[in-house]
Design a protein around this ligand. Sequence first.
Ligand code: 9MR
Length: 381
Amino acid sequence: MKKGIVYKLTIAGVLFISCYNTKSSRPPASRLPSLKEIFKNDFLIGTALSAEQIEEKDSSAAVLVRQQFNAVTPENVMKAEIIHPQWEEYNFDFADKLVDYSKKYGMELTATPLIWHSQLPPFVSKLNDADSVRRYFEDHIATVAGRYDGKTHSWEVVNEALNEDGSLRNTVFLQKLGSGYVVEAFRLAQKAAPNTQLYYNDYNIEQPRKRAGAIEIVKKIQAAGVRIDGVGIQGHWHVDDVPLNYIEQSIQEFSALGLQVAFTELDLSVLPNPWGRIASADISQTAQYEAQMNPYTKGLPDSVQQKLATVYARLFLLFLKYKDNISRVTFWGVNDGQSWLNDFPIRGRTNYPLLFDRQYHPKPAFYTVIETKKKAGIVIH
Ligand code: 9MR
């Protein structure tokens, strides 16, 4: 990490914060620098879209997404409970709308998740025998991945299969299909979607033990002669604990296996974590609301705003260093108000994890991220 650059970025952030707090000095959206333009020779810049955003119901969001992003991921609409609610019933309405949306605006679409233990439709949770689970698994992959082949650039084929210690998570798929199910999912996805890039996706896989588990998965897939094109590091981190060294080692190690690396769900929480700093994205882990755990209901103090800006910049400097290995950096949501982190792991908090605030205005972190590329001057038009 070059100290000079961080210093300049810090100055840029501090100067911007003074302007940021004065509403009248905010540039109109049309005059903002564009993340997708700034990083166009480096990696794609993506965002997760909610159902409302796919339908472009909010015009501020719609304008900003078109201006800033060249890749999209469904936040929820391709999850099994939505897309495959009953044995023989599929609901492709929103997923099809997203395909049209990505085509219309020339954005790269990442479909997700194909196989995930969470947000399964109730009929799958009730299955007790291995044959039925296998039937669901095969039908789901063939039907859903098959439908979008040629329409989506990539699939996150298996999502969150690992425990923190690198072992396979105890899911209905592990219980009923055995440990070979991950390789099998990729084999079936490759068959159904031969023109689609295939990724393994998880949170905390930059952490050494979980990373070792992910590498084992990749090696098994490759040893079976099955295609895997990339690994998605989700990137749900805490602003006080972004593991830059582990992220760098992970990019190096996954790349050494011949894989692309994508940062698929980036956001940085600024709120206290009830269990210490290492963030988790396991939505089954929740805690009770207490006022002291929700300190920034009236706005983010400048010091935290500045910290967020500096940490985002450090992260993007690292991404730029490895731009040849990184296919895409996707934020998990368009603005702070939409973020899942307002409700996880404690419901009803006010978090500030993204680059755009609740009014869709760019935050200081937006500018320091842009500075990482420009490395000189302050980009305030
Ligand atoms: O952001 C998503 C939130 O709206 C959903 O309620 C939640 C449960 O489906 O999933 C969130 O997205 C998750 C993603 O699909 C997988 N990685 C962790 C994300 C945050 O929980």
